[in-house]
Design a protein around this ligand. Structure first.
Ligand SMILES: Clc1ccc(CN2CCN(c3c(Br)cnc4[nH]c(-c5ccc(CN6CCOCC6)cc5)nc34)CC2)cc1
Length: 284
């Protein structure tokens, strides 16, 4: 079979294509099965024309080079990639239970034990990323998928970069997860992922991100001054952890290693506890 420096050269003819799993601006993701092994994957198909016209070729290249190198139970695997005349194909791990934001919308919010297990696992994945000098920069429920054991997987490294970076990012996604230094387009580092972890922790417990508001300038203001309101059901320990992550000065944010030792995590997500299964009805 065709090979290039030892690696198998994939082609679309190696796969049976299944149902679309979702559509994005630059392409779609399909369920797919490798013909010989019957291995099920998610095939992200991107259109070269769209990528070139939106000048995000460097972003796609970085997504591939970064995600192919990362091997962690809480990071979605990229097994390989190939292209033809019109399209680029990314061969990704298939996450059986879809995106976390869908589960969050269905359940409204998670109990403190479930949220703590998710935050514990994401913290471990971020420690691994930072050791590999990768900043994710876009941690939010839309980019978190759920595997067959209900474990969280960080996906979509399209916005990740090698640290340190001051790349201006065109604000296309939600502002809710932007850290103060990114809002002010200052050079940013690993600490932006620690900030996002704090935003995510709040959103898992409350169902809405902490700085959400109708108009952008108000969201920016709330981020810059860390204006947070907690519903009374959020425990003191959870508030304490979130308060140590959502800190203006990047260097003052709680280091990831200390997150794993925080009493809210230790008490609610002791080592070995696994995420609960959810019997979400298969809505057609
Ligand atoms: Cl170019 C582009 C196109 C689309 C998207 C948005 N998604 C990004 C994540 N995609 C998935 C990836 Br990558 C890997 N594994 C997946 N698994 C799923 C998935 C799995 C199951 C469902 C349906 N279930 C219905 C019942 O409840 C549970 C969910 C829906 C989606 N989506 C993905 C799906 C598409 C991002 C970029």
């Amino acid at each position: 079979e065709p090979k290039k420096d030892g690696k198998k050269l994939w082609a679309i003819t190696d796969f049976d294509l299944g149902r679309p799993l979702g559509k994005g601006k630059f392409g779609s993701v399909y369920l797919a099965r490798e013909k010989l092994s019957h291995y099920v994957v998610a095939l992200k198909v991107l259109f070269k024309s769209q990528i070139l016209s939106s000048d995000i070729e460097h972003q796609v290249r970085r997504e591939v080079e970064i995600q192919c190198r990362l091997r962690h139970p809480n990071i979605l695997r990229m097994y390989g990639y190939f292209h033809d005349e019109k399209r680029i194909y990314l061969i990704l791990e298939y996450a059986k239970h879809g995106a976390l934001y869908r589960l969050l919308r269905l359940l409204k919010k998670f109990d403190e034990k479930t949220a703590a297990i998710y935050i514990r696992d994401l913290t471990k994945a971020l420690i691994y990323c930072h050791q590999k000098k990768v900043i994710h920069r876009d941690l939010k429920p839309e980019n978190l998928l759920i595997g067959h054991n209900w474990e969280l997987k960080i996906a979509d490294f399209g916005w990740s970069v090698h640290s340190p970076s001051s790349r201006r990012m065109t604000l296309c996604g939600t502002l809710d997860y932007l850290s103060p230094e990114m809002v002010d387009s200052k050079p940013h580092s690993y600490a932006v992922d620690i900030w996002s972890l704090g935003v995510l922790c709040y959103e898992l417990l409350v169902g809405l991100p902490p700085f959400e508001s109708t108009d952008h300038s108000l969201t920016y203001k709330k981020i810059r001054h860390v204006i947070i309101k907690y519903p009374d059901y959020v425990s003191e320990l959870a508030r304490d952890l979130i308060g140590k992550l959502l800190v203006i000065k990047p260097e003052d944010r709680l280091p990831l290693a200390k997150v794993l030792k925080h009493p809210w995590i230790v008490q609610n997500a002791p080592e070995g506890t696994k995420p609960p299964p959810f019997d979400i009805a298969e809505q057609k």
